[in-house]
Design a protein around this ligand. Structure first.
Ligand code: F6R
Length: 253
Protein backbone atom coordinates (compact mmCIF):
# COMPACT_ATOMS: atom_id res chain seq x y z
CA UNK A 1 0.00 0.00 0.00
CA UNK A 2 1.24 3.49 -0.76
CA UNK A 3 0.53 6.53 1.37
CA UNK A 4 1.35 9.99 0.04
CA UNK A 5 2.42 12.92 2.20
CA UNK A 6 2.43 16.20 0.30
CA UNK A 7 5.01 18.65 1.55
CA UNK A 8 5.07 22.42 1.07
CA UNK A 9 8.69 22.50 -0.02
CA UNK A 10 12.04 20.76 0.36
CA UNK A 11 12.41 21.70 4.04
CA UNK A 12 8.93 20.46 4.86
CA UNK A 13 9.52 17.23 2.91
CA UNK A 14 12.78 16.69 4.79
CA UNK A 15 11.22 17.24 8.19
CA UNK A 16 8.20 15.03 7.51
CA UNK A 17 10.36 12.19 6.18
CA UNK A 18 12.91 12.55 8.99
CA UNK A 19 10.06 12.26 11.47
CA UNK A 20 9.27 8.79 10.11
CA UNK A 21 12.87 7.75 10.84
CA UNK A 22 12.73 9.31 14.30
CA UNK A 23 9.63 7.27 15.07
CA UNK A 24 11.26 4.11 13.71
CA UNK A 25 14.37 4.55 15.87
CA UNK A 26 12.33 5.43 18.95
CA UNK A 27 10.24 2.30 18.42
CA UNK A 28 13.25 0.02 17.78
CA UNK A 29 16.58 1.41 18.90
CA UNK A 30 18.60 -1.17 16.97
CA UNK A 31 16.76 -0.67 13.69
CA UNK A 32 18.51 -1.54 10.45
CA UNK A 33 18.01 1.53 8.25
CA UNK A 34 18.54 1.47 4.50
CA UNK A 35 20.00 4.81 3.40
CA UNK A 36 20.33 6.73 0.16
CA UNK A 37 22.58 9.45 -1.21
CA UNK A 38 21.76 12.28 -3.63
CA UNK A 39 20.16 15.65 -3.07
CA UNK A 40 16.78 14.39 -1.84
CA UNK A 41 17.93 12.89 1.50
CA UNK A 42 20.35 15.63 2.61
CA UNK A 43 17.65 17.62 4.43
CA UNK A 44 16.45 14.48 6.21
CA UNK A 45 19.97 13.82 7.46
CA UNK A 46 20.20 17.46 8.60
CA UNK A 47 17.08 17.00 10.72
CA UNK A 48 18.33 13.72 12.19
CA UNK A 49 21.63 15.38 13.12
CA UNK A 50 19.78 18.31 14.71
CA UNK A 51 17.51 16.05 16.75
CA UNK A 52 20.50 13.98 17.82
CA UNK A 53 22.30 17.11 19.02
CA UNK A 54 19.16 18.15 20.89
CA UNK A 55 19.20 14.79 22.69
CA UNK A 56 16.10 13.47 20.95
CA UNK A 57 17.76 10.70 18.96
CA UNK A 58 20.26 8.05 19.98
CA UNK A 59 22.02 6.17 17.18
CA UNK A 60 24.24 4.03 19.43
CA UNK A 61 22.41 0.82 18.52
CA UNK A 62 21.30 1.80 15.01
CA UNK A 63 22.74 -0.06 12.03
CA UNK A 64 22.66 1.13 8.43
CA UNK A 65 23.06 -0.34 4.98
CA UNK A 66 23.47 1.98 2.03
CA UNK A 67 21.71 1.44 -1.23
CA UNK A 68 24.65 1.87 -3.51
CA UNK A 69 28.21 2.91 -4.25
CA UNK A 70 30.18 3.82 -7.35
CA UNK A 71 32.78 1.36 -8.61
CA UNK A 72 36.36 2.57 -8.54
CA UNK A 73 36.23 5.68 -6.35
CA UNK A 74 38.50 5.85 -3.31
CA UNK A 75 36.70 6.18 0.03
CA UNK A 76 38.47 9.54 0.36
CA UNK A 77 37.05 10.72 -2.98
CA UNK A 78 34.47 13.43 -2.20
CA UNK A 79 32.15 11.83 -4.75
CA UNK A 80 32.20 8.36 -3.19
CA UNK A 81 28.99 7.48 -1.43
CA UNK A 82 30.98 6.45 1.67
CA UNK A 83 32.34 9.99 1.81
CA UNK A 84 28.85 11.41 1.26
CA UNK A 85 27.34 9.37 4.09
CA UNK A 86 30.18 10.20 6.49
CA UNK A 87 29.98 13.92 5.72
CA UNK A 88 26.21 14.26 5.63
CA UNK A 89 25.30 12.00 8.52
CA UNK A 90 27.63 9.55 10.21
CA UNK A 91 30.33 12.01 11.36
CA UNK A 92 27.71 14.08 13.18
CA UNK A 93 25.81 11.42 15.15
CA UNK A 94 26.74 8.76 17.69
CA UNK A 95 26.50 5.81 15.33
CA UNK A 96 29.25 3.19 15.54
CA UNK A 97 31.13 3.29 12.23
CA UNK A 98 31.29 -0.53 12.22
CA UNK A 99 27.49 -0.50 12.09
CA UNK A 100 27.46 1.49 8.84
CA UNK A 101 27.58 -0.75 5.79
CA UNK A 102 28.15 0.40 2.22
CA UNK A 103 28.95 -1.82 -0.78
CA UNK A 104 32.69 -1.71 -1.43
CA UNK A 105 33.22 -0.37 -4.95
CA UNK A 106 36.94 -1.08 -4.65
CA UNK A 107 36.62 -4.78 -3.81
CA UNK A 108 39.03 -6.97 -5.77
CA UNK A 109 36.16 -9.27 -6.65
CA UNK A 110 32.98 -7.29 -7.17
CA UNK A 111 30.82 -10.39 -7.73
CA UNK A 112 31.83 -11.71 -4.31
CA UNK A 113 31.28 -8.30 -2.78
CA UNK A 114 27.68 -7.99 -3.99
CA UNK A 115 26.81 -11.54 -2.91
CA UNK A 116 28.30 -10.91 0.54
CA UNK A 117 26.50 -7.58 0.87
CA UNK A 118 23.19 -9.29 0.26
CA UNK A 119 24.00 -11.95 2.88
CA UNK A 120 25.09 -9.27 5.35
CA UNK A 121 21.72 -7.51 5.10
CA UNK A 122 19.99 -10.80 5.82
CA UNK A 123 22.30 -11.59 8.75
CA UNK A 124 21.61 -8.14 10.20
CA UNK A 125 17.95 -9.10 10.34
CA UNK A 126 16.68 -7.38 7.21
CA UNK A 127 15.97 -3.70 6.60
CA UNK A 128 13.39 -2.15 8.92
CA UNK A 129 13.00 1.12 7.01
CA UNK A 130 14.49 1.92 3.59
CA UNK A 131 14.93 5.48 2.38
CA UNK A 132 14.75 5.97 -1.39
CA UNK A 133 15.07 8.83 -3.83
CA UNK A 134 13.89 8.33 -7.39
CA UNK A 135 15.65 9.16 -10.65
CA UNK A 136 14.15 11.12 -13.55
CA UNK A 137 13.92 7.77 -15.33
CA UNK A 138 12.33 6.26 -12.19
CA UNK A 139 15.45 4.36 -11.17
CA UNK A 140 15.61 3.37 -7.51
CA UNK A 141 19.04 2.78 -6.09
CA UNK A 142 20.96 2.32 -9.30
CA UNK A 143 18.35 -0.06 -10.69
CA UNK A 144 18.06 1.44 -14.13
CA UNK A 145 15.25 0.83 -16.65
CA UNK A 146 15.78 -2.63 -18.05
CA UNK A 147 14.05 -5.69 -19.53
CA UNK A 148 13.69 -7.37 -16.18
CA UNK A 149 13.88 -6.53 -12.49
CA UNK A 150 17.29 -7.40 -11.01
CA UNK A 151 16.62 -9.01 -7.68
CA UNK A 152 19.67 -8.97 -5.43
CA UNK A 153 22.59 -6.59 -4.90
CA UNK A 154 24.47 -6.47 -8.20
CA UNK A 155 26.91 -4.60 -10.44
CA UNK A 156 25.32 -2.11 -12.86
CA UNK A 157 26.45 -0.17 -15.88
CA UNK A 158 25.07 3.35 -15.40
CA UNK A 159 22.89 4.82 -18.13
CA UNK A 160 23.85 8.01 -19.91
CA UNK A 161 20.84 9.76 -18.33
CA UNK A 162 21.95 8.89 -14.82
CA UNK A 163 25.57 9.79 -15.52
CA UNK A 164 24.43 13.17 -16.87
CA UNK A 165 22.17 13.77 -13.87
CA UNK A 166 25.05 13.00 -11.50
CA UNK A 167 27.65 14.97 -13.48
CA UNK A 168 26.72 18.07 -11.48
CA UNK A 169 28.67 16.67 -8.55
CA UNK A 170 31.86 16.03 -10.57
CA UNK A 171 34.40 18.37 -12.16
CA UNK A 172 33.60 17.00 -15.60
CA UNK A 173 30.97 14.55 -16.92
CA UNK A 174 33.77 12.15 -17.94
CA UNK A 175 34.70 11.70 -14.31
CA UNK A 176 31.34 10.12 -13.47
CA UNK A 177 32.03 6.40 -12.98
CA UNK A 178 30.48 4.07 -15.52
CA UNK A 179 29.60 1.36 -13.03
CA UNK A 180 28.12 1.04 -9.57
CA UNK A 181 27.08 -1.56 -7.03
CA UNK A 182 23.47 -1.39 -5.97
CA UNK A 183 20.94 -3.21 -3.87
CA UNK A 184 18.57 -5.00 -6.22
CA UNK A 185 14.85 -4.53 -6.56
CA UNK A 186 14.37 -7.66 -4.46
CA UNK A 187 16.64 -6.31 -1.72
CA UNK A 188 14.63 -3.09 -1.62
CA UNK A 189 11.29 -4.89 -1.71
CA UNK A 190 12.28 -7.06 1.26
CA UNK A 191 12.55 -3.92 3.46
CA UNK A 192 9.72 -3.90 5.97
CA UNK A 193 8.92 -0.24 5.29
CA UNK A 194 9.92 2.11 2.49
CA UNK A 195 10.04 5.91 2.59
CA UNK A 196 10.50 7.52 -0.84
CA UNK A 197 11.29 11.21 -1.00
CA UNK A 198 11.07 13.36 -4.07
CA UNK A 199 10.93 17.05 -4.87
CA UNK A 200 10.83 19.23 -7.95
CA UNK A 201 8.94 19.17 -11.21
CA UNK A 202 11.51 17.02 -12.99
CA UNK A 203 10.40 14.05 -10.86
CA UNK A 204 6.67 14.46 -11.59
CA UNK A 205 6.60 11.93 -14.46
CA UNK A 206 8.73 9.40 -12.60
CA UNK A 207 6.37 9.50 -9.61
CA UNK A 208 3.25 9.31 -11.74
CA UNK A 209 4.51 6.39 -13.83
CA UNK A 210 5.79 4.55 -10.77
CA UNK A 211 2.52 4.60 -8.90
CA UNK A 212 -0.22 5.02 -11.51
CA UNK A 213 0.85 3.03 -14.55
CA UNK A 214 1.35 -0.70 -14.95
CA UNK A 215 4.38 -2.19 -13.28
CA UNK A 216 7.16 -2.51 -15.82
CA UNK A 217 10.94 -2.97 -15.46
CA UNK A 218 11.37 0.00 -17.82
CA UNK A 219 10.03 2.05 -14.86
CA UNK A 220 11.91 0.50 -11.93
CA UNK A 221 10.01 2.50 -9.29
CA UNK A 222 6.76 0.90 -10.46
CA UNK A 223 7.64 -2.27 -8.54
CA UNK A 224 6.84 -0.33 -5.36
CA UNK A 225 3.12 -0.73 -6.10
CA UNK A 226 3.59 -4.30 -4.86
CA UNK A 227 5.12 -3.32 -1.51
CA UNK A 228 2.89 -3.47 1.55
CA UNK A 229 4.16 -0.32 3.27
CA UNK A 230 5.42 2.59 1.17
CA UNK A 231 5.22 6.24 2.20
CA UNK A 232 5.96 8.80 -0.50
CA UNK A 233 6.89 12.21 0.87
CA UNK A 234 7.00 14.69 -1.99
CA UNK A 235 6.53 18.38 -2.62
CA UNK A 236 3.68 19.82 -4.72
CA UNK A 237 5.88 20.06 -7.82
CA UNK A 238 6.89 16.39 -7.75
CA UNK A 239 3.26 15.44 -7.03
CA UNK A 240 2.08 17.76 -9.83
CA UNK A 241 1.12 15.19 -12.45
CA UNK A 242 -0.51 12.87 -9.90
CA UNK A 243 -2.62 15.73 -8.58
CA UNK A 244 -3.36 17.30 -11.96
CA UNK A 245 -4.56 14.01 -13.39
CA UNK A 246 -6.90 13.68 -10.41
CA UNK A 247 -5.52 10.38 -9.16
CA UNK A 248 -7.21 8.93 -6.13
CA UNK A 249 -4.52 8.95 -3.47
CA UNK A 250 -4.34 7.99 0.16
CA UNK A 251 -2.90 11.26 1.27
CA UNK A 252 -2.08 13.46 4.22
CA UNK A 253 -0.51 16.90 4.38
C1 F6R B 1 21.12 7.40 -4.33
C2 F6R B 1 20.38 6.63 -5.31
C3 F6R B 1 19.62 7.26 -6.43
C4 F6R B 1 18.98 8.59 -6.09
C5 F6R B 1 18.26 9.18 -7.29
C6 F6R B 1 17.68 10.55 -6.99
O1 F6R B 1 21.73 6.55 -3.37
O2 F6R B 1 20.40 5.46 -5.22
O3 F6R B 1 18.63 6.35 -6.85
O4 F6R B 1 18.07 8.41 -5.03
O5 F6R B 1 19.15 9.29 -8.35
O6 F6R B 1 18.72 11.42 -6.75
P1 F6R B 1 18.47 12.91 -6.24
O7 F6R B 1 17.93 12.79 -4.85
O8 F6R B 1 19.82 13.55 -6.25
O9 F6R B 1 17.51 13.52 -7.18
Amino acid sequence: MTRFIIARDYEDMSEKAAMLFLKQINKKDNSLLGLATGSSPIGIYRNLIKWHKEGLLDFSAVKTVSLDEYVGLLVSDPQSYRHFMDENLFNHINIKMENTHIPNGLAANLETEVAEYEKRIEMLGGIDMQLLGIGRNAHIGFNEPSDSFATDTHIVKLTQDTREANARFFNSPNEVPTKALTMGIGTIMRAKKIVLVSYGVNKADALYKSFFENTNPRVPGSILQYHADVTVVADRAAMGRIIDEGMDINCSI
